[in-house]
Design a protein around this ligand. Structure first.
Ligand code: BYC
Length: 482
């Protein structure tokens, strides 16, 4: 294991010996002011002078990567942290299987690697931009702190990709690094690259859904890139994954706490019918059918992030040993896939057909299936909470063809349970499947801030445990005390 100690002697903390790599250090120092300007202009609105109880890495080994302290967000030590280099790492898949992992970019895969790194990098600032207005409506200081933790870490993930671009891709890498600060989520002229990253995150239920579903796409993509033959990318993604786990915890637990508060409130009021929506809403909590609609929306948006079911891009990156599968090294096959098949669904002439496709061409589909399995764990936990209150309602994931904008089901009218619908039925029923304007207005009406330590807005339950084992009334954000 090499390079686990973090250098703090440059303005950019790092464990890649930047102080002896003057060219890259200079390039990053030149990029730094633009990043800080971007953070101030498009990062979290307000609270930049507040003291936030954040974790930061002082080391990338098990004990050193999470230490907690109060810090103002603009002073957070963003830096370059790679997981330790595994000595003699061997490429586990594709045409280069069995060869030593590359420490430099192979010329023939330069543009392929650059494209993947740029796409990955683009999502990180995008999510911060999407969440920038949420601080002022945080349902508690605990939640506000979690939001800002997620934000600073996504900022660091951007740094990670920018480091790879600056170190390994010369002047075009430098240009791409600058462009990452120019595109903007939701912009007409220069939008972010992937669909879900141009949607808005207007309220906290959307934030929890985003971190539960879309950050989990991040996990799957990072796991696939962590297999890469290009070792610096693999090491970068391996370290990012340690931080990603907390983001999904924030999402899954956030949704669970919303469900819990709804069920608890229904029980206290003696309401047993989860579809008695008006009465439930009058109590200031979000009814379960509306939460299901939010699941339908965020899951389907996140499925689009895996690309088309059949993809030559995916086949090419795998064959080139550049992007692998989820937990590639644990899979028992030849890791080349030239003659293998994989079952997929195809939407053809209004019909849903099951087919065996080339395993290489259906790698996006396979990663998406792994994602769905991973997501099912959250669904189980959410349903367990509903069961605890003996309410007859079960949350479920919608059918993969529901509400899709990418792939074979693009623009098909399919219900969450998988029925192909006529245009007329879709128009009539779509408000039952997806959040309506009224649903969104109701959710937004609940978004009143709660800033007293230990208190929570009325629509969400307190967490079971504090961050870093802090007591219930801990002041996670000192809003005015800086
Ligand atoms: N929106 O062969 P296809 C995260 C484009 S999230 C717009 O079907 P491919 C995070 C595609 O680029 C993880 N365009 O798919 C989470 C291609 O365009 P070109 C981010 C799309 O290329 C929360 C064309 O359609 N990381 O980290 O196999 C907070 C045909 O593409 C979309 C990555 O995604 C879309 N949804 O796979 C913060 C990993 N889908 O090249 C962070 C890197 C496809 O023909 N990216 N297109 O112009 C990749 O591995 C792949 O590029 C994709 C697409 C999985 C995104």
């Amino acid at each position: 294991m090499l390079n686990s100690q973090v250098e703090y002697d440059t303005i950019i903390p790092n464990n890649v010996s930047l102080s002896s790599d003057k060219r890259v250090l200079k390039a990053l120092e030149r990029w730094h002011p633009g990043y800080i300007d971007w953070w101030k202009d498009l990062g979290p609105v307000g609270f930049q002078e507040s003291l936030v109880y954040l974790r930061t890495a002082i080391n990338v080994d098990r004990d050193g990567w999470a230490t907690f302290d109060y810090v103002k967000m603009p002073d957070y030590r963003w830096g370059i942290l790679l997981a330790p280099q595994k000595e003699n790492r061997i490429i586990p898949f594709g045409d280069h299987k069995g060869e030593p992992a590359w420490q430099e970019v192979p010329g023939e895969y330069r543009s392929m690697l650059r494209r993947l790194i740029v796409i990955q990098g683009d999502t990180e600032p995008a999510s911060i931009e999407q969440q920038r207005f949420l601080g002022s409506t945080a349902p508690s200081l605990y939640d506000m702190r979690n939001l800002f933790q997620v934000n600073v870490e996504e900022g660091r993930h951007l740094w990670a990709m920018v480091y790879l671009l600056q170190k390994y891709f010369g002047s075009d890498g430098r240009e791409e690094a600058n462009e990452l600060l120019k595109r903007q989520s939701g912009s007409e002229d220069a939008p972010r690259m992937l669909g879900a990253f141009n949607e808005s995150t207007p309220d906290w239920l959307s934030f929890f859904m985003f971190t539960a579903f879309t950050d989990r796409d991040g996990k799957m993509q990072l796991e696939a890139l962590a297999q890469s033959g290009f070792d610096p990318l693999s090491r970068t993604c391996r370290f990012m994954l340690t931080e990603e786990a907390h983001h999904m915890f924030v999402g899954e637990n956030g949704v669970r706490r919303v469900i819990k508060k709804t069920c608890e409130t229904m029980q206290k009021a003696g309401i047993t019918d989860p579809f008695d929506i008006n009465r439930i809403r009058e109590l200031g909590v979000i009814d379960l059918p509306t939460i299901q609609k939010k699941i339908n929306l965020h899951y389907s948006l996140s499925l689009d992030l895996f690309g088309s079911e059949i993809s030559t891009n995916a086949a090419n990156t795998y064959t080139a040993s550049v992007k692998g599968r989820f937990w590639e090294t644990k899979i028992k096959d030849d890791h080349m896939l030239k003659n293998d098949t994989y079952p997929i669904l195809e939407f053809d002439n209004g019909k849903i057909l099951r087919k065996d496709a080339s395993a290489l061409l259906s790698l996006n589909m396979r990663l998406r299936d792994d994602y769905t399995k991973d997501t099912a764990v959250s669904m189980k936990r959410w349903n367990r909470t509903i069961e605890e209150y003996q309410i007859k309602f079960e949350m479920s994931l919608p059918f993969e063809g529901f509400n899709r904008k990418i792939g074979t089901f693009m623009n098909a009218n399919i219900s969450p349970s998988g029925d192909v619908l006529s245009q007329e039925t879709w128009e009539k029923d779509k408000n039952k499947f997806l959040p309506t304007n009224d649903d969104n207005i109701f959710i937004e009406s609940l978004m009143l801030p709660e800033t007293e330590p230990g208190k929570y807005a009325g629509w969400i339950a307190a967490p079971d445990m504090g961050i870093d084992n802090q007591p219930g009334d801990f002041e996670y954000v000192k809003i005015h005390d800086a």
